[in-house]
Design a protein around this ligand. Structure first.
Ligand SMILES: N[C@@H](CCC(=O)N[C@@H](CS)C(=O)NCC(=O)O)C(=O)O
Length: 215
């Protein structure tokens, strides 16, 4: 098999790419990496010195592809399937890209800040940074709540890369700011995402690891 994905099932960014792969039934070899294990983390840094996953290796084309949005774009170009996650129309692509970044940087990133702070030693906590992250998350969710009203997926009727980014980001955001309490439209969107077979499968595979999520 040409494609290998370095990933962990619990990681929201890795889930974004798994959804894309499952949407199109793209064959790949899953290579699980435990970044908590020093040896595995060091070996992974030999492959990608930035040390963040997921990373896709394509033996057939001799390419190493890091960064979720780049990976999904790469898959769309070189391993296209029935579901085109990058719209053909340039204006729709721009809207999709905006939301892809919104979910990565203004939902997923603040969620990571809050979650990773829970793992820090007691004398290295960053309560100010956590409050900032929660404020950022809340204002972003308010914007999404307005924008998703009346739509099925984030840019309309078609499921795109931005929805791949949204699914895990909102799943974890809900654990920090319960969506149904404040953001009804986002909560309904998140429910649709959970029912999407590609994400339902991703979540099922993550389930055995969910106990590692710091509450
Ligand atoms: N911009 C990156 C973000 C990837 C990312 O933050 N991955 C997390 C896991 S969800 C990670 O590798 N964290 C480990 C670390 O920061 O050392 C992408 O889109 O691929």
């Amino acid at each position: 098999m040409s494609l290998t994905l370095y990933f962990h099932p619990l990681s929201s960014f890795c889930q974004k790419v798994l959804i894309a792969l499952y949407e199109n039934g793209t064959p790949f070899t899953p290579r699980m990496v435990d970044l908590m294990d020093e040896k595995e983390a060091a070996a992974f840094r030999e492959i990608w010195p930035i040390g963040k996953f997921p990373v896709l290796r394509d033996e057939a084309r001799g390419q190493l592809v890091p960064e979720t949005s780049v990976i999904i774009d790469y898959l769309d170009r070189h391993y296209p399937g029935p579901v085109r996650l990058i719209p053909a129309d340039a204006d729709r692509t721009s809207r999709m890209q905006i939301y892809d970044r919104v979910f990565d940087w203004y939902v997923n990133q603040p969620v990571q800040k809050v979650v990773f702070d829970r793992l820090r030693p007691a004398d290295h906590k960053d309560p100010f940074g956590v409050d900032e992250a929660k404020a950022r998350l809340r204002s972003t969710l308010a914007m999404i709540d307005r924008d998703i009203a009346g739509k099925t997926w984030i840019i309309g009727d078609d499921f795109t890369m931005a929805d791949c980014a949204a699914a895990p980001a909102l799943f974890y955001a809900d654990k920090i700011i319960p969506l149904r309490d404040e953001f009804m439209n986002v909560a309904a969107y998140q429910k649709r995402l959970m029912q999407r077979p590609s994400y339902a499968r991703t979540l099922k595979e993550a389930k055995p690891y969910l106990k590692m999520f710091p509450q």
